[in-house]
Ligand binder design. Structure first.
Ligand code: HEC
Ligand code: HEC
Ligand code: HEC
Ligand code: HEC
Ligand code: HEC
Ligand code: HEC
Ligand code: HEC
Length: 256
């Protein structure tokens, strides 16, 4: 994940240690006629958000270049706030809301923008979803939904919308304990169902072949059974095999 962010950052920002950014190439958001006023002004009216914000990953961004005003803090996502402030604030009044349009996020997270442009993606570019349904932009845990429960659980953001895959089952698939993202890219993918790999390698990463004296070259064992012929029939989860990859109520090896 860090590596992925590093790449994303490289396109927009040059990152060095502790999120200190030494130079910038990304364009800060623009609101015609408005200038940057700084976090302290926002805090006068938005006390609740300003109180939690210092714990956010985004509050730790420091840019050494003095010309980079507005590229950190509230206004890096909401745009320059002077007109909003002098107008006494208000919804839709001279301020950007990336809950409605994620363009400010994409200025810094080009890799994420690219993922949402892949053929299979969560319908965020179609404006049916937003980043805040999975990421809290202000609070201490950016990986929990905005306004979500205080206790962030690994799959909680997904469970809110995908009950079928997250319901309790008799025969659990322990893979889910590592999070949905071991198999799915949460933003988008070239593969169907946002899978991180389209073939049996998705499963073989964890279910590596167990070589033994009785295994002939070319033979593929998974668990204790010979899968050589099965793997020619398609993916592990198609062809009527482990179709219940998220766990099953009836079958220990998740065939249905
Ligand atoms: C003078 C008080 C005041 C100041 C200062 C102020 N705001 Fe606001 N802002 C408001 C009010 C009032 C609303 C409407 C909120 C509501 O309806 O709950 C609002 C709404 C917003 C919204 C929601 C806009 C929307 O269209 O959904 C955002 C985002 C926002 N402010 C950001 C900021 C930022 C960033 C700053 C600092 C640059 C700031 N505000 C400074 C009073 C202020
Ligand atoms: C990382 C980007 C980012 C930063 C930095 C940020 N915000 Fe936001 N802000 C958002 C997003 C995204 C939403 C939409 C949240 C939602 O839809 O639930 C939002 C929503 C808001 C709203 C509207 C809340 C509402 O009830 O609709 C206000 C007000 C606001 N932010 C103020 C601030 C203030 C003040 C700061 C700095 C202390 C700040 N934001 C920093 C991304 C950011
Ligand atoms: C001004 C540039 C900038 C903007 C705008 C911005 N981010 Fe970030 N974001 C960063 C940087 C830099 C980090 C790394 C912070 C750190 O190292 O703690 C980061 C971290 C994150 C992370 C955590 C990544 C991790 O691996 O821990 C998430 C999630 C994220 N941002 C989402 C968003 C969302 C959603 C928005 C828009 C609402 C947004 N960002 C807007 C620069 C930005
Ligand atoms: C459906 C939920 C969901 C939505 C919507 C979503 N994200 Fe994420 N995002 C995640 C999860 C889960 C991770 C953690 C990925 C992992 O652990 O590998 C993540 C990781 C990230 C990261 C860290 C780098 C990376 O790619 O691993 C950034 C930055 C980020 N998201 C930004 C955004 C931005 C910006 C938006 C909106 C344009 C957004 N996300 C929308 C769920 C989501
Ligand atoms: C706010 C609701 C919401 C959240 C949260 C959410 N999703 Fe989704 N998800 C959707 C919607 C809407 C679709 C598109 C459904 C469609 O087109 O039929 C979708 C589609 C998918 C698909 C593709 C389904 C298909 O039939 O092709 C996968 C896989 C998926 N989501 C996984 C996840 C994962 C993993 C998470 C957590 C990181 C997550 N989702 C969080 C709403 C959500
Ligand atoms: C071990 C890998 C793996 C994990 C972990 C995993 N999935 Fe899946 N998921 C798959 C595969 C494979 C498919 C494709 C099934 C198909 O096409 O028949 C799929 C399909 C889906 C679909 C499309 C509808 C369906 O059931 O076919 C959704 C939605 C989904 N997963 C959500 C999730 C969520 C939410 C989580 C976390 C709770 C999760 N997945 C964890 C492998 C996984
Ligand atoms: C992140 C690691 C991981 C991934 C990826 C993964 N699994 Fe698993 N799976 C496990 C663990 C751990 C167990 C329980 C221990 C075991 O039986 O090997 C398990 C158990 C199973 C079992 C039950 C085995 C038994 O004898 O009880 C089946 C069937 C299974 N997985 C199928 C799949 C399929 C199909 C995929 C790909 C869609 C997949 N797994 C991907 C970790 C993973």
């Amino acid at each position: 994940m860090w590596a992925a962010l590093g790449l994303a950052g490289a396109a927009a920002l040059a990152l060095n240690s502790c999120s200190t950014v030494s130079s910038t190439a990304n364009a800060p958001p623009v609101i015609p006629g408005a200038t940057f006023v700084g976090n302290r002004t926002c805090a006068e009216c938005h006390t609740n958000i300003a109180r939690v914000f210092p714990t956010s990953a985004h509050a730790r961004i420091h840019i050494e270049d003095p010309r980079a005003v507005g590229q950190t803090g509230c206004e890096s996502c909401h745009g320059p706030g002077s007109l909003h402030v002098t107008g006494g604030g208000g919804r839709g009044r001279f301020i950007l809301n990336p809950g409605k349009d994620p363009a400010p996020c994409f200025e810094c997270h080009r890799q994420v923008q690219a993922e949402f442009a892949l053929p299979q993606h969560h319908p965020l570019p179609e404006k049916q979803m937003n980043c805040a349904q999975c990421h809290d932009p202000h609070g201490g845990d950016v990986f929990k939904p905005a306004g979500g429960l205080a206790m962030a659980r690994l799959n909680e953001p997904c469970a809110r919308c995908h009950r079928e895959q997250t319901r309790p089952v008799v025969f659990e698939h322990p893979a889910l304990r590592e999070g949905c993202t071991v198999c799915h890219n949460p933003h988008g993918s070239i593969n169907p169902r946002f899978l991180v790999q389209r073939d049996a390698n998705l499963c073989l990463r964890c279910h590596a072949q167990e070589p033994g004296p009785s295994v002939r070259p070319g033979q593929i064992f998974i668990g204790k059974s010979d899968h050589t012929a099965f793997l020619r029939m398609g993916t592990c989860w198609s062809s009527g095999c482990h179709t219940a990859v998220h766990g099953s109520n009836v079958d220990r090896v998740m065939r249905y």
